[in-house]
Design a protein around this ligand. Structure first.
Ligand code: FES
Length: 126
């Protein structure tokens, strides 16, 4: 009897590559993107966002959407060089990094009220 990983590999092999989910946030498959490109003929990669919102969530899939766009323009069917599990694992790490970066991102007050050292409510100097 073979191990569970070979069963997983068999299942992975059994999945039609076009059924791979490219945009996990909006469950947009490669098949949907390929059809979108075929019928809508986007002129820039960002137009793939019109396909069920692909790429408008966390942003992880945007490089892959660009690749799908470029491959379609070249008349080829895009292929993935990683398993769906690897793809989802890397996306989870990307989202965690993004969340951590957002938590530590300290930006100046866009109103500029605090830039001159004055209290923004009273206008008094500090
Ligand atoms: S995976 Fe596509 S926007 Fe998040």
């Amino acid at each position: 009897m073979s191990g569970s990983s070979s069963h997983a590999e068999e299942r992975e092999d059994a999945v039609d590559p076009l059924d791979r989910i490219v945009c996990v946030c909006f469950s947009v498959s490669l098949r949907k993107l390929v059809k979108f490109c075929k019928f809508e003929q986007p002129v820039v990669a960002t137009q793939l966002s019109e396909c069920y919102g692909a790429g408008t969530g966390c942003g992880w899939c945007r490089p892959f959407l660009e690749r799908v766009f470029e491959e379609q323009r070249a008349g080829r069917t895009p292929e993935f060089d990683m398993t769906e599990e690897e793809y989802r694992t890397l996306r989870a790490a990307y989202r965690a990094d993004k969340k951590k970066a957002a938590a530590t991102d300290i930006r100046p007050d866009p109103s500029g009220d605090e830039a001159d050292g004055r209290d923004p409510e009273t206008g008094d100097s500090a």
